[in-house]
Design a binder for this molecule. Structure first.
Ligand code: DAH
Length: 340
């Protein structure tokens, strides 16, 4: 009987049922009233007393192995047989499925990135909480200089050195401190200013900054790059004009206007009947900014520019109130569904 038990225990442990009916046959073979297990228990009384202990233990082992196997098979076949929708009311009407859409500011940001990447600009991003050095001082804004007044922001009382960046020009500094020229990059990101919220201004907005540093970079390169951008963004017929301006970190500095894409330059209320709309600030990187970042200004020159994404989006989509970009009104946002 001992050999028989060893054989059965092995058989039970190794058994794998292909389907529920095989599992049932196995159960009947061993566990039915006239099955193998019942037969072995019946024979047990004839086992000589000195072997009873050992054979009894083996018999129990077989019994346990059988019950465990049968339970396992039951569970696995029960699960497989359960229809996937059990517990679900298939007649229930489906929930309304509305695909989302990208935010217009993301659409415009992606478009700007795409345009500049085609002429070799890569993208870098950096922190929104800045220090005075990267937002102002390294960009040649001396302390107490009136140029700072145009970019008032949010400070903390505990440490006046920490502020919310007012422009993405801070990323110029961070990149130039780390990298050696040539540098050809754009820096998109969120910026903050202490502004009264209106249709034209907000305390949060977005910018894309551009920077190109190499040997012999000239103002002509700047102008050509910006013309390429304007035509890609606003259409082939777009004209640009540069007006002299002032930024502490560029010399000379300019402001770029594009021919009004609404009236084609004839004059309308968007361009205030001038035919031109202002779109960005730009200029040649001031040598002292290079020196602040450890770049030799005798060897390298460069240009930089910065634009507001909201401003570009307002012109491109003819949005008249900047606050719409921040209010999450679905009636507004849905109009951009399908754009990428
Ligand atoms: N940082 C400027 C602003 O926020 C925009 C700007 C102007 C960026 C000229 C530039 C630049 O890089 O060259 O008003």
């Amino acid at each position: 009987m001992r050999e028989l038990l060893v054989k059965y225990i092995e058989e039970v442990n190794a058994f794998v049922a292909a389907d529920a009916s095989e599992a049932e046959q196995f159960r009947l073979k061993f566990l039915s009233k006239k099955g193998i297990l019942a037969g072995l228990f019946a024979e047990f009384k004839d086992v000589p007393p000195d072997q009873k202990k050992e054979v009894g233990a083996m018999l129990n082992e077989l019994k346990n192995a059988l019950h465990q196997k049968v339970e396992e098979m039951k569970q696995s076949f029960e699960q497989a047989e359960k229809p996937a929708h059990e517990g679900t009311d298939l007649t229930r009407p489906v929930d309304n499925f509305e695909p989302g859409s990208r935010h217009p500011l993301s659409i415009v940001r992606n478009e700007i990135i795409r345009i500049f990447s085609r002429i070799g600009f890569s993208v870098a991003e950096d922190r929104e909480i800045e220090d005075d050095w990267h937002n102002f001082s390294a960009l040649n804004f001396p302390e107490e200089h009136p140029a700072r007044d145009m970019q008032d922001t949010f400070f903390i009382e505990k440490d006046p050195d920490i502020l919310l960046r007012t422009h993405t020009s801070s990323v110029q500094i961070r990149v130039m401190e780390k990298m050696k020229p040539p540098i050809r990059m754009i820096f998109p990101g969120r910026v903050f200013r202490n502004e009264v919220i209106s249709a034209r201004a907000h305390c949060i907005f977005h910018q894309v900054e551009g920077l190109y540093v190499d040997k012999n970079v000239s103002f002509a390169d700047l102008k050509q790059t910006l013309l390429f951008f304007a035509r890609e963004m606003f259409g082939e017929k777009t004209q640009i004009r540069l007006r002299p301006s002032y930024f502490p970190f560029t010399e000379p500095s300019g402001e770029m206007d594009i021919s009004c894409n609404i009236c084609g330059g004839k004059g309308c209320n968007i361009c205030k009947y001038t035919g031109w709309v202002e779109i960005l600030g730009c200029g040649m990187v001031d040598p002292s900014v290079f020196e602040n970042c450890g770049i030799d200004s005798n060897e390298y020159t460069g240009f930089a520019f910065g634009m507001g994404i909201e401003r570009v989006a307002m012109l491109k989509y003819q949005v008249h109130d900047l606050r719409l970009f921040f209010e999450n009104d679905l009636r507004f946002l849905k109009q951009f569904a399908g754009s990428v």
